[in-house]
Design a protein around this ligand. Structure first.
Ligand code: IMP
Length: 439
């Protein structure tokens, strides 16, 4: 059976968690394959509302193997808190497994994340400050510490000493921050290691064996394709290696790319972004403010970050960027989220092209930063001004809402199979179940 990847088609926060939650029922294994604590999923189900950063959203099924793959960087403190929170709320975490090859976020990573942003001044990226970026830097610099290293009592003391000596020179010399103390870090991380030990294993072999047995594996992307290091709005991107795009899924769990047969692209019905960087369709007016507060959609749909609580920047759907990421990921099925959040608008705009130096372009320029040279070209569609949160069939959507959905589908050049109309698990229109055929 093939593996399926679920990716965000914009700048993250598209609502991937609920789409994973929906498709997870067909899979025996659900895996996170990239990013770290910077990622955030909000999931609402019969157990309540949950904000997860590291544990795969499939954990709520209880019978699925949930993998934190080799491509993820792990803050053990946050992971352990998440496991404890889930257990205390009655969620079984015994099927969680953690790759011994995943890299660990160390205390210096958080210090450097914040200090680096200060140094960047007006060019700051607006990182989550979770240490995720610096942990990936160390992975690429080949001085990262992996989960398996922390559990290895022979190797860890010496490795920690060497890396810490180097990092303290950077922390004090470059950033003027206080040096970190070996003993405290060693004690803290050794304790984390012991608590995580029951979950840590060679997840690569387990995933390969599951694939060999023909089991369905769901690869859960983090962030969005426009934040991808190679393909996103560089340098205002995240640092995940392997990539946040679908192609990274195979690498981040250790299976071959031929295993991936389906790619579900999750797109919000409008655009949001947290952190800095270009966003051509950003709104600075009352329409933007309305989107921030949920756009007249179902309660609990305002746009504040799961990880940092920051207000998200809001804007109209950008069809140029969306088409780009649809092709980039080889999207075979689309989940369109938060359609209900457009219910308050008389007129809804979709960006269908850009004007760049007076030329109309529909492909993505390498740099979007100079907003004086680049303007979105909009198509205006009539709003539906009606609550859609109880709609469960496409035909029951107001005609204007169907027109909006169809236009987005054309721009993405991929079928929209699921539309979310509210935050609850059941508040969705499913037009085609990608595993089960038409419903
Ligand atoms: P970092 O990943 O913390 O280094 O942040 C780099 C950029 O990615 C910043 O603009 C962050 O706001 C953004 N970012 C990181 N994780 C997420 C996420 O889960 N959702 C949305 N944006 C994110």
């Amino acid at each position: 059976m093939p593996a399926v990847v679920i990716i965000g088609g914009q700048w993250g926060d598209e609502g991937k968690g609920r789409v994973v939650d929906f498709h997870a029922r067909y899979c025996s294994m659900i895996a996170r394959y990239s990013a770290g604590t910077n990622a955030g999923h909000t999931i609402m189900n019969e157990h309540g509302k949950f904000a997860l950063h590291l544990v795969p959203a499939g954990i709520f099924y209880g019978d699925k193997v949930c993998v934190i793959g080799n491509g993820v960087v792990i803050d053990p403190d946050i992971l352990l808190s998440e496991i404890e929170m889930l257990s205390s709320r009655g969620i079984d975490t015994s099927k969680l497994i953690i790759s011994d090859r995943a890299h660990v976020i160390m205390p210096w990573h958080r210090v450097i994340d914040v200090a680096d942003e200060k140094l960047r001044g007006s060019s700051a990226i607006g990182t989550t400050g979770t240490g995720t970026g610096p942990a990936f830097h160390d992975k690429v610099a080949r001085i990262g510490i992996r989960v398996g290293d922390v559990l290895d009592s022979e190797r860890f003391p010496d490795q920690l000493q060497k890396v810490l000596d180097y990092k303290n020179r950077v922390i004090s010399g470059l950033y003027g921050e206080l040096e970190l103390q070996y003993d405290a870090i060693f004690a803290e991380y050794s304790a984390f290691g012991e608590k995580l030990r029951p979950y840590v294993t060679d997840t690569t072999s387990i995933a390969q064996d599951a694939h060999q047995r023909g089991e369905m594996i769901l690869l859960e992307g983090a962030q969005g394709s426009l934040l991808d290091l190679d393909s996103g709005t560089y340098p205002f991107v995240t640092s995940s290696v392997p990539a946040s795009v679908a192609a990274g899924g195979a690498v981040g769990i250790g299976i071959g790319p031929t295993a991936i047969e389906r790619v579900v692209g999750v797109y919000k019905a409008y655009q949001t972004r947290v952190g800095n960087g270009p966003m051509p369709t950003e709104l600075f007016d009352e329409d933007g403010a309305l989107l921030l507060e949920g756009g007249g959609g179902a309660p609990g749909t305002s746009e504040y970050g799961t990880t940092t609580g920051r207000a998200r920047r809001t804007g109209w759907f950008d069809g140029v960027l969306a088409r780009y990421t649809s092709k980039l990921n080889g999207v075979t099925s689309v989940a369109l989220t938060r359609l209900d959040s457009l219910s308050a608008f008389d007129r809804i705009r979709i960006c269908v092209a850009y004007e760049l130096d007076k030329e109309r372009v529909t492909s993505l320029p390498a740099s979007l930063e100079d907003s004086s040279r680049l303007k979105p070209i909009y198509e205006d569609l009539p709003g539906w001004k009606q609550d859609v949160s109880e709609v469960r069939h496409l035909d029951d959507l107001p005609a204007n809402a169907r027109q909006y959905v169809r236009r987005i589908e054309q721009l993405l050049d991929a079928p929209i199979d699921m539309i979310s109309v509210g935050p609850e698990r059941h508040q969705a229109i499913v037009t085609r179940d990608i595993f089960g055929g038409n419903i």
